[in-house]
Ligand binder design. Structure first.
Ligand code: B12
Ligand code: SF4
Length: 481
């Protein structure tokens, strides 16, 4: 079959990642997998290639595909719908398939919201997509489609969702992702495992709750391939918790050191503060790691415990210290707006971020992504929450206008975000870093100031009243710690 796989453009260019410098890994994975079974695939990564709708349309018209596969995270879902409509406008006989985290959590809603989508793949996509392609090639009868686990489709006006698929992709057999668009990229994504066993209440585990590891030899082989593509690359290891299994992480790191990865690639990864030690971090540094991202979420022990993150604040302090000592940067992420959280508890988070003094702190506000426990709490009307919007384009962590607490307005959370970012640098006398930060994120900084001081959101909604006065702003920034 002649297939196009598309990562849509960002709905709004708000964050750094809306102007991606990497190719979407999910469509690269699907592409190399189905090519093994004889399909021809063209990739369009609109974020990476900076393509708008007219150019996407032009490519589709030129390539005349039999089928187009679309992916999307929640904030970009409406663009994916637009592409589906464009496709049907070009030629009704082109089959459309959607997959990815948003569609996975809301299969029925997605198919109901956009009738130009024919099929939907739930969860991990490789095997399901191949089986679906086979069924479509063989006339796509309801009987045939119903036997494929993990899909949803429309039959007359009804939406049929088939049996849940077990995690049956043999990841050790997956080919290297198709880096067809690598000439546009300066940044690569590498998977060494899939899944996460933890249960943080704000997170969805799109690739499963059991961790499956790619064999070390396979990971190293992929690295050799990436190293040949370009010099001076940046790479993200996208595993939820890269260092979960120390024995295996050491094996990968030893292999990386032997291959000289650090000389060609600067890489970063995410892990948990309770999953690193000095020996491991030292080896990571030697293997080319320049930054580790740790999710902390709250600086208040009560709130942290309720989030089910299952870490202690002392582990955060020790992880940041160790990371700094071995010469790796630490990136801590925090969320304001946990269920029933009070203003004072949010201030604790800001103060903790400043006290722990990571290289970078990202302070976002809670977004109830579908499929998370937080979304369920909001749905039930609990958590002292007030839902402000169900517009998916607002669903991003830094600039969202989705959720507030009855006690703490969204505007106050935005102010706290700003104080938190400033306080990290001011409290630790890191004025040069502050200037560098503003210089690097000038677009975001401008947008943020505008958001805090204007009466309406970018999409025209009234912003709720603020209780943090200018005096309190200054007090929290300079004095309370
Ligand atoms: C790396 C990463 C990022 C990177 C890069 C993202 C990118 N797409 O290029 C960055 C840092 C930029 C990022 C940003 C954000 N991220 Co992010 N990110 C991830 C992470 C850790 C890995 C993604 C990945 O590459 N996975 C590996 C690939 C192989 O999986 P995949 O893309 O899902 O594809 C598989 C299946 O989903 C399916 N599939 C996918 N598409 C399609 C299409 C078709 C046709 C088919 C058949 C199948 C299919 O098959 C694929 C192969 O099995 C995931 C968590 C996770 N483990 O997935 C979170 C995750 C995807 N991110 C998430 C979020 C919330 C965000 C942000 C919105 C957060 C924010 N700051 O506001 C932004 C939005 C970015 C954007 N609009 O592009 C959520 C998504 C929630 C949601 N409902 O959308 C996740 C699931 C994290 C979580 N656990 O909550 N992210
Ligand atoms: S936030 Fe990280 S550790 Fe927690 S469940 Fe999600 S992926 Fe796992």
């Amino acid at each position: 079959m002649n297939i196009i796989l598309i990562n849509p453009p960002a709905y709004r260019q708000v964050e750094e990642y809306d102007l991606a410098t990497w190719q979407h890994l999910g469509i690269g994975r699907l592409s190399s997998y189905v090519q093994k079974f004889g399909h021809k695939v063209t990739l369009i990564d609109a974020k990476l290639q900076r393509l708008g709708m007219p150019l996407i349309r032009k490519i589709i018209e030129e390539k005349e595909p039999d089928l187009v596969g679309l992916t999307a995270m929640t904030p970009d879902i409406y663009n994916t719908y637009t592409i589906a409509r464009e496709i049907k406008d070009i030629n009704k006989r082109i089959t459309t398939v959607i997959g990815g985290c948003h569609a996975t959590i809301m299969p029925e809603t997605t198919l109901r919201e956009e009738t130009c989508l024919d099929y939907l793949v739930i969860g991990e996509g490789e095997r399901t997509f191949r089986e679906l392609l086979d069924a479509i090639t063989n006339d796509a009868s309801i009987e045939l489609l119903s036997q494929i686990k993990g899909i949803a489709f429309r039959a007359d006006s009804e939406i049929i969702k088939t049996e849940t698929r077990p995690w049956d992709v043999h990841i050790e057999e997956l080919p290297i992702p198709d880096w067809q668009l690598h000439s546009y990229a300066t940044h690569y994504k590498l998977e060494t495992s899939r899944g996460c066993p933890f249960k943080c209440n704000y997170c969805m585990r799109v690739l499963g709750e059991t961790v499956r590891y790619f064999p070390t030899a396979k990971v190293l082989n992929e690295l050799k391939y990436i190293m040949k593509l370009k010099d001076n690359l940046l790479m993200e290891i996208v595993d939820e918790t890269f260092t979960l299994n120390h024995k295996r992480t050491h094996e990968i790191l030893n292999g990386m050191i032997e291959l000289g990865v650090g000389k060609k690639i600067r890489w970063f990864c995410s892990t948990r503060v309770d999953s690193v030690n000095r020996e491991l971090l030292k080896k990571m540094k030697k293997a080319g790691c320049y930054m580790v991202c740790f999710g902390v979420e709250s600086g208040n022990p009560r709130v942290l415990e309720k989030s089910k993150k299952n870490i202690k604040l002392r582990d955060v302090l020790s992880a940041v210290k160790l990371t700094r000592e071995v010469g790796i940067k630490s990136f801590l992420s925090f969320i304001l707006g946990h269920p029933d959280e009070k203003l004072e508890e949010m201030i604790d988070t800001i103060n903790f971020a400043a006290r722990s003094n990571p290289h970078i702190a990202s302070i976002g506000t809670m977004v109830p992504y579908p499929g998370t426990e937080i979304a369920e709490i909001v749905e039930k009307g609990a958590g002292n929450y007030r839902l402000l919007s169900k517009d998916w384009t607002e669903y991003n962590r830094q600039f969202s206008y989705v959720l507030e607490l009855n006690d703490v307005s969204k505007r106050d959370m935005d102010k706290l975000q700003l104080i938190g970012m400033l306080k990290l640098y001011v409290h630790n006398y890191r004025f040069l870093d502050l200037i560098k930060f503003i210089f690097r994120y000038w677009r975001e900084s401008l947008r943020f100031f505008k958001m805090i001081f204007s009466a309406r959101t970018e999409s025209g909604k009234n912003i709720s009243f603020s209780r943090i006065s200018v005096l309190q702003f200054v007090q929290i920034l300079f004095f309370k710690c």
